[in-house]
Design a protein around this ligand. Sequence first.
Ligand SMILES: *Cc1c(COP(=O)(O)O)cnc(C)c1O
Length: 220
Amino acid sequence: MSIQTNLLKINSSIPNNVILVAVSKTKPNYMIEECYQVNQRHFGENKVQDLVDKYDALPKDIKWHFIGHLQTNKVKYIAPFVHLIHAVDSMKLLKEINKQALKNNRVINVLLQFHIAKEDSKFGLNKTSCDELLNSEIFPSLKNISIIGVMGMATFTDNENQVKSEFKNLVDYFNTLKNYPLIPAESFSEISMGMSGDYKLAIEEGSTMVRVGSSIFGSR
Ligand SMILES: *Cc1c(COP(=O)(O)O)cnc(C)c1O
C-alpha cells in the first residue's frame, strides 16, 4: 500500500481529538511531502541533525515533534522552531530548553517522559524523580517552558495486558500531575503514548497523541 493510503487509513481509524504524529525518522523528504499533500502536519524525528535538515527543506507550517532522547548541547539547534519536545526527563535538560527558548523569545512546549516499560532504560522519570524535579527551587522560575503533558513507551511485547497496565500507569502519572499546583491544569492536556504496534490500545486507554512510524512509512 502507498504511504498516503496507510496514513489516511490510520487517520480515519483514530478519534478526531487524538493527534497523529507521523514518525518520519530515517525516511526521505519526498515521503514526508506525500503525507503533507494529504494534509498531515505533525511529524516526529529523533535525531537533531535530521530534524534541522528536514525543517530547512520542507514547508514551514509543519509541526515538528522531537521524540527521542535530547542531548543538552543540541537543544539550541531545534529551539527556534520545534513544536513539542516529547522526552524531557531531567532538570538539566529542562533548564537548557528554557534558556534556549528565552533566547528565541518563545515558550517551548514539552512533555515529561516517564519510565513505564519493564525493559531497562536509562530514560524516563518515576514518581520520586518527578517530584524532585517539580519541587526544585528553580522550577517556578522556568518561564519559557510549558509542560503540557506526559509521554511514555510501553514494553515491546505481544502481552496486551502488560502493555495496557503500563499505559494505565502513564495515565495515573498524568492525573497526579494535573493536580500539582505548579503545573497549570488548563494547559496540561496531552498523553503521548502508542506506536505502530500498540496505538489502538493506547487510544482505548486515553492517549491524546500517537507516534506512528512503520505502519505509515514501512519498516526501517
Ligand atoms: C521510532 C519511534 C516511534 C515510532 O515507532 P513505530 O513502531 O515505527 O511506529 C514512536 N516513538 C518513539 C519515541 C520512537 O523512537
